[in-house]
Ligand binder design. Structure first.
Ligand code: AHR
Length: 655
């Protein structure tokens, strides 16, 4: 009796849940917009030790003694009665791009004198993996000096070693490989010198043999793999404010970042001193990750390259220095030469250089950013000069133009109005704001001019405390709000052609800016919940937006829900993205018209947490990560129950 009553109650409950289902409609035959194949991409910025100490796999810090304190990162060592001294030599007159090297005097015939290098917050070393030590060296006098290379763990035990004898009196590069016998998060490199004599050294380097695509002197494989796993449509590089520099002297100059690594001029990374609450005195740019590496990485991961160049303006949050208009030509020439470098054939000057650097095939550059977060009439003036020259020579290259650092306000309004009037190709909008802002602005593009410039949502990330605060975290609340906002980008895919979260990478001990998409230490890395949001949008973007409505309106916040639908012509199906940003579960029903019906089972991907403050970490890297399941489809109707704080993707297959 009791059981019968219970069953009746359950049935009644199901009925009322059914009738309470929100009724959504999808018109699968009414394509509203085509989604750009480049829609979701990556914004790489050299910040947070993203390049040196991060994706650039060099383990030695200050390998060429070019830091302001030329021995920063290095310590003198002595053992078994060995003795010696180190001089820092400045040869700027001969080698301005690599002014310093060290001259080491080994004073005692017995014992060893040496230098240790601390790496970038230590060196991540893996048991059984091979490492390649190399050095530029020359000996004076009797050429007696031998090198003993050792890796030490944090208790000073030796976990790898090799010997090397530089033999020449002229500069030469020497290298040796050895295997590590232990996995260590914070190892140190020791270079012991024995035998009385004098040796000059520069470019003291240690790389893992296993890098991305096993390129010598290459990139950290685990980090690039995370980018590849996003199947990004584009790769924007190298920033960010890094493009502008604090002052023009320290702007990014791509021509100084290609060719032999010992000829790439190091500079102080602007994030070294930017934040008084996050000083990073050892943050330099060796440009081991330079423009050739950026282009090749983009090519490797199937992303369209999107370089951003300095437009004659230093960061306006810092010095705001300007190049006078009559001295702007070299900056413009850099842009023209970059296009030739990327696309020109071997008969062109810069195409030949690319060929000589090992890449005869073009990089298919189609877009170029002129300036990062510039604003004011001074930008418009410089932008006009760049645009005239670029369009004059390369009319098909699309120019990405800044509209200031904020998504509104007087700087934005001036540039937005001016660039629209001037027929700009693509406007680069940035928004770092609260999760609430993201939820409230999912309709931002619904009324944008369909005939005006396309939009690149070039930098965005929800900030759970306040922009720039070191307390910001990559919480699930932020990621979910971004997902909600992204339904608005996708719904307006005819206007919004590209989008990228920012910044991309952060070393857990070396960051300046938080939140960030991917976090790493010296050995491991993890994607934040925001990473999985980006990845899911990218992998499930579909090809054509179709209307998904509730009571004839786009789903952009009603009852805390956000949704979008797209056909996927590549897989012959329909993709529904649904976000429930609230603490209560939602029962939904989707009635799909304009299709011949769907296979009975649809796949579901769920990203969620009950805890809005939940984060991923090195210890729990996939606490919030996609889970797969299925749901039944009945005819042209899909019923879907969506848990609190949930992002769901349903993929239906056409019959
Ligand atoms: O991503 C951090 C910074 O935010 C970028 O350098 C800049 O473009 C923006 O202000």
């Amino acid at each position: 009796m009791l059981r019968k009553a219970f069953l009746m109650l359950c049935a009644a409950g199901a009925l009322s849940a059914n009738s309470a289902r929100a009724q959504y409609t999808i018109a699968a035959d009414k394509v509203k917009a085509q989604i750009s194949p480049n829609m979701y991409g990556i914004f790489f910025e050299d910040i947070n030790l993203a390049a040196d100490g991060g994706v650039y796999a060099e383990l030695v810090k200050n390998r060429s003694f070019e830091f302001n304190m030329p021995l920063m990162g290095w310590d003198e060592q002595k053992k078994d009665g060995g003795d010696g001294r180190v001089e820092v030599i400045n040869r700027a007159a001969d080698r301005p791009e690599n002014a310093h090297f060290i001259k080491v005097y080994i004073d005692s015939a017995g014992g060893s004198f040496g230098l240790s290098n601390e790496g970038f917050r230590g060196m991540g070393i893996k048991e059984g993996e091979e490492y390649s030590f190399s050095v530029m060296a020359k000996q004076e006098g009797e050429q007696n000096v031998k090198l003993n290379i050792e890796l030490h763990d944090d208790k000073n035990a030796i976990i790898g070693k090799a010997e090397l004898t530089p033999t020449d009196k002229e500069w030469n590069r020497y290298s040796v490989k050895f295997k590590a016998t232990a996995t260590v998060q914070k190892a140190q490199l020791y270079v012991w010198m024995s035998g009385k004599g004098i040796i000059d050294m520069d470019m003291v380097s240690l790389f893992p043999e296993h890098t991305w695509k096993n390129r010598p002197g290459g990139l950290r494989a685990d980090l690039v793999q995370k980018l590849a796993d996003m199947k990004p449509g584009f790769l924007r590089f190298p920033g960010g404010c890094i493009v502008e520099g604090r002052e023009l002297n320290t702007r990014y100059q791509w021509k100084k970042t290609i060719g032999a690594v010992d000829q790439r001029t190091n500079i102080i990374n602007r994030w070294n001193t930017e934040f008084s609450h996050r000083p990073t005195p050892d943050y330099y740019q060796t440009f081991g990750l330079g423009f050739m590496e950026y282009f090749m990485t983009a090519e490797d991961i199937g992303a369209s390259p999107l370089p951003i160049l300095n437009c004659g303006m230093a960061c306006e949050f810092n010095t705001g220095e300007l190049v006078p208009m009559d001295k702007l030509d070299p900056y413009i020439q850099d842009a023209l030469d970059l296009i030739e470098f990327a696309n020109g054939d071997v008969n062109t000057k810069w195409g030949k250089l690319r060929t000589d650097l090992g890449h005869p095939a073009p990089f298919h550059l189609k877009m170029l950013g002129v300036g990062n977060e510039q604003w004011g009439p001074q930008y418009i003036e410089r932008w006009k000069a760049f645009t005239k020259a670029i369009k004059g020579k390369y009319p098909d290259v699309k120019i990405v133009s800044a509209v200031g650092p904020f998504p509104g306000g007087k700087e934005f309004d001036l540039l937005n109005k001016t660039f629209r009037a001037l027929g700009a190709d693509i406007l680069d909008e940035h928004y770092y704001a609260s999760p609430k802002w993201f939820l409230e602005h999912a309709k931002r593009y619904d009324n944008y001019d369909r005939k005006g410039p396309k939009i690149f949502a070039g930098e965005y990330a929800a900030q759970n405390v306040v922009t720039g605060s070191p307390k910001n975290k990559n919480t699930w609340e932020c990621a979910l709000a971004e997902a909600a906002f992204m339904t608005g980008l996708e719904r307006n895919a005819d206007v919004v052609r590209m989008a990228s979260y920012a910044p991309l990478f952060a070393h857990v001990e070396g960051w300046q800016w938080t939140p960030d998409l991917i976090w790493f230490d010296n050995l491991n890395s993890y994607g934040s919940p925001n990473y999985y949001v980006q990845q899911l949008f990218s992998l499930n973007k579909g090809t054509d937006v179709v209307p998904l409505l509730l009571n004839n309106e786009a789903v952009a916040g009603q009852d805390g829900c956000f949704a979008t639908a797209s056909l996927d012509k590549n897989t012959n199906g329909l993709v529904i993205k649904f976000i429930n940003s609230t603490a209560s579960a939602k029962s939904t029903s989707f009635k799909i018209t304009g299709s011949k019906g769907y296979q009975k089972q649809a796949s579901v991907i769920t990203l969620r947490s009950n805890d809005k403050d939940a984060v991923n970490s090195l210890e729990t890297p996939t606490a919030i990560s996609p889970k797969n399941s299925t749901v039944n489809v009945s005819g042209n109707t899909l019923k879907l129950d969506v848990e609190p704080y949930t992002f769901k993707i349903v993929r239906l297959k056409n019959k």
